[in-house]
Design a protein around this ligand. Structure first.
Ligand code: 5GP
Ligand code: MG
Length: 177
């Protein structure tokens, strides 16, 4: 009973901050003057998006979509549904999808299909973290942050059963025993 969890730090807040700065610089170069819509995929991306946009000093808009693929715990159910939809018009706009992590790729490709049908002027992906070892469907990540090993991570917006999103650093969490 009460299995122990081991938290091992993977990315410190300083590494995360440097990564967000690097991504912001790339995005600024490509989107300055384009008045993009940044679409955060809830919930995991909220902290990354909040930090990222504070480094972007030009007109942009923020929207969110919410999907679910993970149920409770750490195993994917493999099912995806949209539980939030967009208010602003996507047609003819430059759209940048903001992800916490691209794991199997199912969520991101679902979002890209959904948004692509709305005929944006451009559609790209920015992901803070990437777990390529688990990919089931190819996803082109235009702005890629940190590469994650085939482990479950928490912190900086990422949860385990809705907990640990508030940790400022990113940890690998494993069951012990
Ligand atoms: P997908 O497998 O569709 O690429 O990712 C679906 C979602 O599962 C991600 O957006 C993220 O919310 C969650 N996820 C995938 N890998 C991890 C992980 O290592 N840690 C946490 N906390 N969530 C993950
Ligand atoms: Mg996500």
């Amino acid at each position: 009973m009460g299995s122990q969890r081991r938290f091992t730090i993977l990315f410190t807040r300083d590494e995360i901050e440097a990564t967000v700065k690097k991504l912001a610089a790339e995005i600024r170069q490509d989107y300055l003057g384009k008045h993009p819509i940044l679409i955060g995929v809830l919930k995991g991306s909220f902290m990354f998006l909040a930090d990222l946009i504070r480094l972007l000093d030009f007109p942009l808009e923020v929207e969110f979509v919410r999907l679910s693929s993970y149920g409770r715990g750490t195993k994917s159910s493999g099912k995806i549904r949209m539980v939030h939809s967009l208010r602003s018009k996507i047609k003819g706009r430059h759209v940048l999808v903001i992800e916490d992590i691209v794991d199997t790729g199912l969520t991101t490709s679902f979002v890209l299909d959904y948004l692509g049908r709305k005929k944006p002027a451009s559609l790209k992906v920015c992901a803070l973290t990437d777990k390529p070892s688990r990919r089931q469907i190819p996803v082109n990540i235009d702005y890629r942050g940190l590469t994650v090993p085939n482990k479950f991570i928490v912190g900086y917006g990422l949860d385990w059963d809705e907990r640990f999103r508030n940790l400022p650093d990113i940890y690998v969490v494993e069951n012990e025993g």
